[in-house]
Design a protein around this ligand. Structure first.
Ligand SMILES: [Zn+2]
Length: 426
């Protein structure tokens, strides 16, 4: 999505937040919805559930749009709301075939997207084509602004998520005080001119709202810091993943690695690249990734530039990163549009000596991902179809004590796979 659309989304969400304020003034619940078509506002509404329980802002806005446009096919419209639509509104959104839904606050307990997955469902449109496919979803737009309104009206505060937030805050704070990382994190904060509070907030938000965020959340330096805190969190699945990746790399001993969508520097850089003076290219789409990596690498090794370089690349363009001994995809291939086509293209362009290491998320779909795999078997089949031959793999599980991004830790795990191209066998 281009920046201008993101800016536009923010503008309309701001209007929804104003409507939610107006709702409170009228003694109603703090919700506001707006429907837009071709950059023009078609209808808007506040909540009126005090008088009629079903008169949610989204329903009233949809009804007005239907009357105004004289059609029940609103597929070229976008519905904006200050909060994730409830299941009742979500169903109406599906019936009116709304093409895109943008909201601010996620609603993990009564949401029609994250809790009851009406806005994600692909089966109803197969059963009854009248419904069309699920709308495009963008969540988490201006969420702290939207949340302020809710905090003014305690009745509507998202009570039970407060507990999780508190827990996350404690975990994030504790990472700063580990003696092992204390010096490093402090130095990074100074170098990047960030406050501890900013970083902790980014950490909390990431784990609270990972299921409603889109890729643009990564265009932020505090979030990169939060990623790094996740990576050094003791006992987290991130550590397990990093050790597995390091083991695989040490097994194949590549002279050059490309880390596609690297997020923030991880363990293998310190323990393999810098130690053995190998070549590494760190690829990402967003500038803050490079800013953060530069600061951290400066601390790790002052001559890192002799071995490591950065490359800005939008993987959605399917451009090739160049030729390397090893391609590493940690939390990245699943963010690429048409991931299979892209991976196949890279595999085809690589030589017989090439290895691939991928960290594949197994579990239910996540909005910022373009693809999901229900089982390891399914993921292995997918990799084979991309032209890869699996040499080794390890399942890495979530530690429910510290990895709090999901409330269902059993639903998710990562499959770390070491592959080579089939060409190697010939
Ligand atoms: Zn509703």
């Amino acid at each position: 999505m281009d920046k201008s659309t993101a800016k536009n989304d923010e503008k309309i969400i701001k209007e929804c937040i104003k409507l939610s304020k107006l709702s409170i003034k009228n003694d109603n619940a703090p919700f506001g919805a707006i429907i837009v078509m071709d950059d023009k506002i078609i209808s808007k509404s506040t909540n009126n559930s005090k008088n009629k329980i079903f008169e949610h802002a989204e329903i009233l806005a949809l009804d007005k749009a239907h009357k105004k446009l004289k059609t029940s096919d609103l597929s070229s419209c976008t519905l904006y709301s200050n909060c994730e639509p409830c299941p009742m509104c979500a169903f109406m959104i599906r019936e009116y075939k709304i093409g895109k839904v943008v909201f601010s606050l996620p609603s993990p307990f009564v949401g029609g997207y994250s809790k009851w997955k009406i806005l994600q469902d692909t089966e109803i449109s197969q059963f009854q084509p009248f419904f069309k496919g699920p709308p495009k979803i963008i969540g988490g737009v201006l969420e702290s602004e939207a949340k302020n309104i809710f905090n003014e009206t305690p009745l509507w505060m998202f009570g039970s998520s407060a507990k999780k937030e508190q827990k996350l805050r404690i975990i994030a704070k504790s990472i700063f005080t580990y003696s092992k990382n204390k010096k490093e994190t402090l130095q990074l904060m100074i170098d990047l001119n960030l406050s501890k509070e900013e970083i902790i907030q980014a950490y909390v938000n990431y784990d609270m709202y990972v299921f409603v965020y889109n890729n643009e959340v990564y265009d932020d330096i505090s979030l990169r810091f939060a990623l790094y805190l996740h990576y050094i969190l003791k006992g987290s699945w991130h550590q397990d993943r990093q050790n597995t990746i390091l083991n695989f790399i040490e097994k194949i001993k590549p002279s050059s690695i490309v880390d596609m969508g690297f997020g923030a520097p991880t363990k293998y850089i310190k323990k393999y690249i810098l130690k053995n003076k190998k070549k590494l290219v760190l690829v990402d789409l967003y500038k803050p990734a490079f800013e953060f990596a530069e600061s951290l690498l400066n601390i790790w090794n002052s001559s890192w530039k002799n071995y490591i370089s950065f490359k800005k690349l939008n993987m959605n363009t399917h451009k090739l990163p160049g030729s390397f001994d090893c391609y590493l995809f940690q939390d990245s291939i699943e963010h690429v549009e048409n991931a299979k086509k892209y991976l196949t293209k890279i595999v085809k362009s690589s030589t017989a000596k090439t290895n691939f290491i991928l960290s594949i998320p197994i579990g239910p779909p996540i909005p910022s991902h373009t693809i999901s795999w229900d089982t390891s078997k399914e993921a292995s089949k997918w990799l084979k179809e991309c032209g890869l031959n699996i040499l080794d793999s390890k399942k890495v599980y979530i530690n429910p004590k510290v990895d709090l991004f999901t409330d269902n830790p059993k639903e998710f795990y990562n499959l770390i796979v070491l592959c080579c191209t089939y060409k190697k066998r010939k």
